[in-house]
Design a protein around this ligand. Structure first.
Ligand code: HEC
Length: 106
């Protein structure tokens, strides 16, 4: 029985990594559960981070604005679905994640 569970886990793991993209979600995004709603290349509940990056490309005020938005939550930019305040995430983590997001679209 234990073996069956182990092999099921291995298969699921393979399916997930088999889908891996050129850029994967950083560990920080997994730790802070951003991955529940965001992926790099497709919409889940929230917009694809690549789309976010393209939208704010060249916008010098975007980083500070997005850090505040992630902290406080909000809606209306990408649709009616709101992002809840990510109050469990540390400010330094959010800053690093926003920097990562803005760097996606080159
Ligand atoms: C419960 C789902 C959920 C989680 C968890 C979540 N987000 Fe979001 N996120 C959303 C939704 C929905 C939007 C779109 C909000 C809008 O349209 O204004 C969004 C938008 C964004 C945007 C773009 C904001 C804008 O104004 O353009 C960024 C950047 C972002 N999220 C980063 C993060 C980061 C970083 C985390 C993890 C710390 C995170 N999100 C966790 C749902 C989520």
């Amino acid at each position: 029985m234990k073996n069956i569970i182990t092999s099921l886990l291995v298969v699921t793991g393979l399916l997930v990594t088999g889908n891996a993209l050129a850029v994967d979600m950083p560990q920080l995004a997994k730790d802070n559960r951003c991955t529940a709603c965001h992926a790099i290349d497709r919409k889940i509940l929230g917009p694809a981070w690549m789309d976010v990056s393209k939208k704010y490309k060249g916008d010098k005020k975007a980083a500070a604005m997005l850090v505040a938005k992630v902290q406080k939550g909000g809606s209306g930019v990408w649709g009616p679905m709101a992002m809840p305040p990510q109050s469990a995430a540390k400010e330094a983590d959010i800053k690093a994640l926003v920097k990562f997001i803005l760097g996606l679209a080159k």
